[in-house]
Design a binder for this molecule. Structure first.
Ligand SMILES: [Zn+2]
Length: 621
């Protein structure tokens, strides 16, 4: 196996056999002339790549053979000739350029073949978004009287899902998400989109040829998991006409159509905020398409989706021919609902357990019990929205495995804690979401736009504009200044109860996962995690306990505990690089510097929204 440490001559030469030299033996002689050729070609290769990085057209062109035989190849075929090449060179340098995994092999005296794996991104002048490409680029180097030059160049984009080149992240303090003590000066090896090794440098020596990222002075954690989000809500009133009706400005069918057409803006906002996996616990049927769409895309978080909610209330926020609420009218409709979402490939069954007084809780518990039993038969976890203690207990008796809200109305009792432990349920407190509604109503009442807590500029321009528009709205009918103040006082009181309940639930050994309820008004997809993490810490969890809840236990809540949520060998290569110590305070996640998803490391600025950047002209040359 010692050959692995050499730059793969057998493999690359084998490829070349097809191209040019059918009689060439698999193992080229490693004579001194060949070594000198490779060194010379490497020099040109490095100058060529450095010129792209520096956007230096002259230096770039100086590495190419000035001849009619210069060949450029891509997916659409080859084109020949230096003149055409030089005419277009330098027209559109990539804003992001990353060259990894350089390999060179001598073909014959004076000829060297080389490849590298590229990741480039160009900014779309219209949308301002970065258009990223990754793939393999080849070079053929030839010795000429003018020195070594590139005679053939190619670039082929890799299909989505192609794992990035291996990488080693070394020197950071690793906080792996299991709750284990931090590992100083750690090494994490990434290969094939997964974590190959994580531990001390001695435990994880870096293999030769693997690109090393020096992270001395930084911290490495697993990517965050937001275990409660909604892609079918916008983060503002237009997605929740039941809270504040803006359908005269933004017709609801158009709002939902836009959400369905462009989940990428939320994918990017999540990733930009350090969130590498999310659990969508209720929305239109199209949310079922998101897990497959996001899974292989390293620019999206992993997604699990429940799809339409099975609701004890026959709720009206639907579209003429699409529902996000299926009414649990009786036991038959309960079974139908579960069979429907199971048939569509849901990752969970979500129940909206709302008591209105029209139906006694006993009856609702019986029906939710039917849902729970059917879900169990179908192998699907039962996720329940229940905000008051009696409903939360009913949900646990019905078989809930995830409670996606705090108990807000009163302190949890021993019976609740025993039920939760017996059910093996995860508690997702969503502490901050009520304040988002309150801030939107307050903005409408005061005429002052709400502030946006988005330290890395992750939120898209359209969402930001709508948030600001809160100040132009009229508050809901009857929400006078006095009522608004009463509401604020009630929310504050409920928040104290929720915080105390989180402490009790956690102390009782019930797993807790971090969830924001993103999509609700002013709980924005992505950056809302920071306030939620800090609220959990303020409630009494230690920073390390918050971190475990927001990583390992969130992954478990969304059914991905086996492959996500911790930095351990065999898990997906989803990590965060922080400039602050997350075991000292949850606010360290605001000091996010880079996000690794599926083994691809991107500085957080690369993931920021165009709206969060300087005017586009500053970025263009
Ligand atoms: Zn929710």
């Amino acid at each position: 196996m010692s050959r692995i440490n050499r730059p793969g001559p057998a493999l690359v030469a084998g490829l070349l056999v097809l191209a040019a030299h059918p009689a060439r033996p698999a193992e080229p002689p490693a004579d001194l002339g060949a070594q000198a050729d490779v060194a010379a070609a490497r020099g040109v290769f490095e100058r060529n790549l450095a010129a792209i990085t520096k956007r230096d057209r002259e230096a770039y062109l100086a590495t190419y053979l000035e001849a009619p035989t210069l060949a450029r190849s891509g997916p659409e075929g080859p084109s020949l000739g230096y003149e055409g090449f030089a005419a277009q060179a330098g027209e559109g340098w990539p804003e992001v350029f990353e060259a990894q995994d350089l390999r060179l092999v001598p073909v014959e005296p004076g000829v060297v073949y080389g490849t590298y794996r590229y990741r480039v991104a160009y900014r779309d002048p219209e949308t301002g978004r970065l258009d990223e490409h990754a793939g393999l680029s080849e070079r053929m180097f030839v010795e000429t009287p003018e020195g070594w030059l590139i005679a053939v160049t190619s670039a082929f984009d890799a299909p989505t899902g192609t794992p990035p080149p291996p990488r080693a992240l070394v020197g950071a303090t690793l906080v792996d998400g299991t709750g284990a003590p931090p590992v100083p000066d750690a090494a994490v090896l990434l290969r094939g989109g997964e974590i190959e090794c994580a531990g001390t440098r001695a435990e994880c020596p870096v293999p030769e040829g693997v690109g090393v990222v020096d992270l001395a002075g930084k911290w490495l954690t697993p990517g965050l998991v937001d275990a409660h989000v909604h892609f079918a809500q916008t983060g503002w009133a237009d997605g929740r006409p039941d809270a504040l009706d803006v359908r005269d400005r933004y017709p609801y069918p158009e709002t939902v159509a836009r959400l369905e057409a462009d989940p990428e803006r939320f994918f990017r906002a999540f990733l930009c905020s350090g969130v590498t996996a999310v659990f969508d616990v209720g929305g239109y049927p199209w949310t079922w398409d998101l897990p497959a769409r996001a899974e292989a895309d390293t620019r999206a978080p992993h997604v699990a989706a429940a799809g339409p909610l099975l609701s004890t209330l026959d709720y009206w926020v639907n579209l003429p021919a699409e529902r996000q609420f299926h009414h649990l009218a009786d036991e038959a409709s309960a079974r139908e609902g579960v069979d429907y979402v199971a048939a569509r490939g849901a990752d969970a069954v979500k129940v909206w357990l709302i008591v209105t007084g029209e139906r006694p809780l006993d009856e609702l518990e019986r029906i939710v019990g039917v849902v729970g039993a059917r879900a169990d038969e179908r192998g699907l976890p039962l996720v329940v929205h229940a905000t008051d203690l009696p409903e939360a207990k009913a949900a646990l008796r019905a078989g809930a495995e995830v409670l996606v809200q705090s108990v807000w109305d009163r302190p949890v009792d021993d019976e609740f804690l025993e039920l939760a432990r017996a059910a093996g349920a995860t508690y997702v407190p969503t502490l901050t979401v009520p304040f988002g509604y309150q801030r939107m109503f307050a903005a409408a009442a005061s005429g002052d736009p709400p502030s946006v807590d988005d330290p890395h500029g992750c939120v898209d321009a359209d969402t930001l504009a709508k948030v600001a528009e809160s100040a132009e709205l009229s508050p809901p009918a009857g929400l006078t200044a006095e009522r608004l103040a009463e509401r604020a006082a009630r929310i504050a009181e409920e928040d104290r109860t929720a915080a105390a309940n989180l402490r009790r639930v956690h102390a009782a050994g019930v797993p807790v996962a971090m969830g924001t309820d993103a999509g609700n008004p002013l709980t924005l997809h992505g950056p809302s995690v920071y306030a939620e993490l800090e609220a959990m810490e303020a409630a009494g969890l230690s920073p390390m306990e918050v971190l475990v809840a927001a990583t390992r236990d969130g992954a478990r809540a969304m059914g991905r505990g086996d492959d996500l949520g911790t930095v351990e060998a065999g898990k997906a290569a989803d990590l965060l690089v922080l400039a602050a110590d997350p075991t000292a305070g949850a606010s360290a996640f605001r000091a996010l510097e880079a996000v690794v998803r599926g083994g691809v490391l991107r500085p957080v600025g690369e993931l920021a929204s165009p709206a969060g950047r300087e005017p586009a002209a500053a970025d263009r040359d």
